[in-house]
Design a protein around this ligand. Structure first.
Ligand SMILES: *[C@@H]1O[C@H](CO)[C@@H](O)[C@H](O)[C@H]1NC(C)=O
Ligand SMILES: *[C@@H]1O[C@H](CO)[C@@H](O)[C@H](O)[C@H]1NC(C)=O
Ligand SMILES: *[C@@H]1O[C@H](CO)[C@@H](O)[C@H](O)[C@H]1NC(C)=O
Length: 269
């Protein structure tokens, strides 16, 4: 908790968030040679090399665009959004699949999903990968015709992705075949053993429901993620004395050590 507070204070001072590498390594689970945006300054970005973030800057009048994976003229750039002055919301940290920016009354904090969970922008929280199916962290811009990158879908057995110009493009297997990651081709289901569970769910995103105030006394300073008093599948997010209740995705429970929801079998590890 202390560390997160320091990071937040530091971020406020130098306007640079996440890069300080406190608890969240923005390049974890991100393939080498992929570029990540900077959360509070469009001129800056990072190159991920062996899961280490190397700071970079665009030339004057250029901003970094995570989708294009390069600096583009300011007018054309799609920057990371900034937090609205009021309320609770979150948005994905582009191209990472697992990290997101949680905003509460204008203050951003970078959060990270654990154990293969991914950030679901539809529900504003960490989720099972079959409901998100993000592979943006695996496609770099350089195309090597001798080494085409195929990625299995996490959501459907007959779906896969091919990286093209830095972006994953969806492909479907035909005639009842399924994607086989070992051979990187569509194959007979008996040779793939794909099991993907998809359930019907109904989850209200944080951004579309009014924030619920925490029924505890929050520390007067800093950002804190605190276990809920009665529920395992919810937690409090406290910021400078004010708190809100956040729910985990059904099936996940809050891990106070990580400050994030996880699958029960990993909690405490
Ligand atoms: C963003 O970073 C650039 C390069 O370091 C700097 O010149 C500029 O002032 C920064 N902009 C903001 C809004 O902090
Ligand atoms: C793959 O199948 C889905 C429906 O399952 C469809 O929406 C999509 O357009 C298909 N994509 C391609 C490239 O055929
Ligand atoms: C698929 O599962 C069956 C039964 O569990 C197993 O015998 C077979 O080796 C598996 N095949 C592959 C390709 O993993």
């Amino acid at each position: 908790m202390m560390h997160r507070l320091t990071l937040l204070a530091l971020a406020a001072l130098i306007g640079c968030f996440g890069a300080a590498n406190g608890e969240v390594n923005i390049c974890s689970n991100v393939v080498s040679n992929l570029f990540l945006p900077h959360v509070s300054n469009c001129s800056k970005y990072y190159l991920c090399m062996s899961e280490v973030a190397v700071p970079r800057e665009c030339p004057a009048n250029y901003y970094f665009d995570a989708r294009d994976q390069q600096c583009v003229p300011v007018m054309e750039a799609r920057c990371v959004p900034s937090c609205k002055a009021r309320g609770l919301e979150s948005f994905c940290y582009d191209r990472t699949c697992t990290k997101y920016v949680l905003c509460f009354d204008g203050t951003p904090v970078i959060q990270q999903c654990s154990d293969g969970l991914q950030y679901n922008a539809q529900t504003d929280r960490c989720d099972y990968p079959q409901f998100v199916d993000c592979v943006d962290n695996l496609c770099i811009r350089e195309n090597n015709p001798d080494n085409i990158v195929y990625i299995a879908s996490k959501a459907k057995c007959d779906k896969y992705y091919v990286c093209l110009n830095g972006l994953p493009t969806v492909q479907n297997c035909t005639r009842g075949l399924q994607f086989n990651p070992t051979t990187q081709s569509c194959d007979f289901p008996s040779r793939v053993n794909c099991t993907v569970e998809s359930l019907q769910r109904n989850i209200l995103p944080f951004a579309r429901s009014p924030p619920r105030s925490a029924d505890i006394e929050c520390p007067s300073e800093g950002a804190h993620f605190v276990a809920h008093q009665k529920r395992h599948d919810a937690y409090y997010y406290c910021l400078n004395g004010r708190g809100v209740i956040l729910d985990c995705t059904p099936g996940l429970v809050f891990d106070a050590k990580r400050g994030e929801c996880r699958e029960p079998q990993f909690v405490g590890a």
